[in-house]
Design a protein around this ligand. Structure first.
Ligand code: BTN
Length: 325
């Protein structure tokens, strides 16, 4: 693992490196370098070999760097940051922190790649190497599950605020936890909880953000999607975006711990991409249609149907926008 990471650190600059140098690092002959690299590297990385010049990764890789992320954290948020860990590859950053019981609030783990990234409702989260952002953050809460109502919306708001600071003015949220631009998804939030349902519990807040999804990987995504590269028309800076999001999360979470969803409730309409749209909600008991009417003070979705305003919890439903109504 550390060997492949040293190779990637070398190739990250996008320049050519000789077969001799790479062979030495890989512990193989020059003639075996290409095969070995192809076997070890994520197929979405554009590896190029040119006779007489060596090997390079086209466009290089903007690797995650703890110091660069740390440098973005504002002094007032530093007390809430416990540590930043960067892993080259892991099954899922959420799995990793769920197992790391001793990780305190403010412990953050990023991965360059996830081999089994997880989305909501049992979906996969496509996580190719070195392009997007995948991270999880631990936070302890004392008030049991009821104190967590609306947490995924508050996390979404914090992330959207960070992205606005990076110039994505139209970063929106699709209840309960999708980051969208127009109606195209470019990020998602997966919060998992362990501990006491009515007492102290530990949350693992997982965030995946498409920064520059390679098209080969994007073909596996079944929803309408986009990435920040397409939104901004320029290559996004991974460490800067990571830092901007963490700043907002570290500022929001202590407030949420004290006051719950009310700390961000008034901000929800600014980001609500569903408001006023005709939507259909799939519950365990069937489908309900109506018009999205915002959220209540616990972050539950309000749906205006012909008969009444109905309320839905995030755990039980999936939401679909109805076109042309
Ligand atoms: C969704 O929209 O379905 C939620 C996606 C959450 C993906 C992130 S990536 C980092 C963290 N680790 C995971 O396995 N999942 C979350």
């Amino acid at each position: 693992m550390s060997q492949i990471f040293s190779i990637l650190q070398l190739l990250a600059d996008g320049h050519f490196h000789s077969g001799e140098e790479l062979g030495r690092l890989l512990g193989v002959t020059r003639s075996a370098v290409w095969q070995t690299l192809r076997r070890l590297l994520d197929p979405s990385l554009e590896l190029q070999a040119v006779r007489g010049r060596g090997y390079r990764i086209l466009g290089g890789i903007d690797l995650l760097d703890e110091k660069k992320i740390q440098a973005e954290i504002l002094a007032e948020n530093c007390p809430y940051l416990s540590s930043i860990e960067i892993l080259p590859i892991i099954d899922s950053t959420n799995n990793y922190l769920l197992k790391k019981n001793a990780a305190p609030s403010g412990y953050i783990c990023f991965a360059e790649q996830q081999s089994a990234g997880r989305g909501r409702r049992g979906r996969d989260w496509i996580s190719p190497f070195g392009k997007n952002l995948y991270f999880s953050l631990c936070w302890q809460f004392s008030g049991g599950l009821t104190a967590l109502a609306g947490l995924s919306l508050a996390v979404g708001i914090a992330i959207a605020r960070g992205l606005q600071k990076y110039g994505i003015q139209k970063a929106g949220l699709k209840w309960p936890n999708d980051l969208v631009h127009g109606q195209q998804k470019f990020g998602g939030i997966l919060i998992e909880v362990t501990g006491d349902a009515s007492g102290p519990c530990r949350t693992v807040i997982g965030v995946g953000l498409n920064l520059e999804m390679p098209h080969s990987s994007g073909r596996q995504i079944t929803q309408q999607w986009t990435d920040i590269y397409s939104i901004l028309g320029r290559r996004p800076e991974r460490n800067r975006i990571a830092g901007l999001m963490l700043n907002e999360l570290l500022a929001m979470l202590p407030d949420f711990e004290n006051s719950g969803f009310s700390t961000v409730h008034t901000e929800w309409p600014k980001f609500d991409s569903l408001y006023g749209h005709a939507i259909s909600i799939l519950t365990n008991n069937g489908e309900v249609t109506g018009n999205a009417a915002g959220v209540d003070n616990s972050g539950n979705l309000l749906l205006k149907t012909d008969e009444a305003i109905r309320t839905f919890h995030s755990g039980e439903v999936s939401v679909r926008l109805i076109k042309n109504i």
